[in-house]
Design a binder for this molecule. Structure first.
Ligand code: ADP
Ligand code: MG
Length: 313
């Protein structure tokens, strides 16, 4: 099993320009990502198994996309275990939810919570914490909701709708995937998460979602090198799906969660934050990555991709 290249923090700091909380990416990157596909793009972040990093991925991709200047609405569709608001540091601002919109208590724009850092990023929770979604809130309701979001501001339309999906494959999952055209399947490199991810991939395809990409999260280079953990390449081959990103295990993830500030905003950048940022670029550009073995990376001359692709190619 070939080992992978992972950036050490010192390497990543050396290779990367500092990240600023700017919505003008050209100040920190040599170019802007080219938006592929027809906006608004509706992407569900799902997994099957719980605790693999869906909400972490949603928060970080949302913040990255917003910083790149895209207009983003993130929907917390994990109604019972809502915590996207915490990861974005917006928990004190959630006064209204989508359920309140449908019960006539508020307008849709009142349920959209604007991020403190980026005025082009909004959060929409489906229901209050620990409260179940009304039974009537199913696939048709959420599809109607997302359609309404897309037309809410015709002069400044949303470009990405990211949906944080609940674990499992029951009603909450079916509801969350209904409006999506694309899916990001988050998995950890272990056999239980992979089996669930494989099942979910099949269900997504049955639902007509053909554009499915994987994010392999919590990868430990030392364990992969010692052949004690599956490599992202193994994961990719087992699932037979394109790879959007490989995220290392990183203690900074938990720190940023507790701070309510997505890791991609860390300065200096943390390895997992850099990897999420790269995944966001690939998402925008409709690109994928191939995991690179250490020996191969050492052999290959640098192709001038710079910081953008040092996790793979
Ligand atoms: P899910 O939404 O799939 O249930 P979460 O995003 O809530 O998963 O993540 C579950 C736990 O794993 C959280 O405590 C989170 O901080 C931690 N975690 C997620 N990704 C990483 C990572 N790359 N490194 C370290 N901890 C992580
Ligand atoms: Mg979650």
């Amino acid at each position: 099993m070939p080992p992978l290249v992972f950036p050490s923090p010192s390497l990543s700091t050396k290779l990367l320009p500092p990240l600023h909380h700017s919505t003008i990416p050209s100040a920190t990157h040599s170019r802007r990502p080219h938006l592929s596909g027809d906006p608004p793009r509706t992407v569900v972040i799902t997994s099957g198994k719980g605790g693999v990093g869906k909400t972490t991925a949603t928060a970080n991709l949302s913040a990255s996309l917003a910083r790149l200047g895209f207009r983003v609405t993130s929907i917390d569709a994990d109604a019972g275990l809502r915590n996207l608001d915490l990861l974005l540091g917006l928990e004190n601002r959630v006064h209204f939810t989508a359920s309140d919109v449908f019960s006539g208590e508020c307008r849709l724009d009142q349920a959209l919570i604007r991020d403190r850092r980026f005025n082009n990023l909004h959060l929409l929770c489906l229901s209050k914490p620990r409260s179940k979604l009304p039974l009537s809130f199913g696939s048709k309701t959420i599809t109607y909701l997302v359609d309404a979001l897309k037309t809410l501001e015709p002069d400044n339309p949303v470009q990405f709708v990211l949906i944080d999906c609940p674990a499992g494959v029951d009603a909450g999952f079916v509801t969350a995937i209904a409006p999506a055209d694309e899916a990001i399947l988050v998995t950890t490199p272990d056999i239980t998460a992979l089996r669930d991810a494989d099942r979910v991939a099949g269900l997504l395809e049955c639902d007509g979602i053909k554009d499915i990409k994987i994010v392999v999260n919590r990868v430990r280079a030392d364990l992969v090198r010692g052949e004690d953990m599956m490599s992202p390449l193994d994961v990719q081959e087992m699932l037979g799906l394109p790879l959007l990103g490989v995220i290392p295990e990183d203690a900074e993830v938990i720190r940023s969660t507790n701070r309510g500030s997505p890791l991609v905003l860390n300065d200096p950048p943390a390895p997992a934050g850099i990897a999420f940022e790269q995944a966001a670029w690939r998402l925008v550009e409709g690109d994928t990555m191939t995991a690179v073995a250490l020996e191969e990376a050492d052999r290959q001359p640098k192709k001038g991709f710079g910081w953008f692709s040092f996790f793979g190619r």
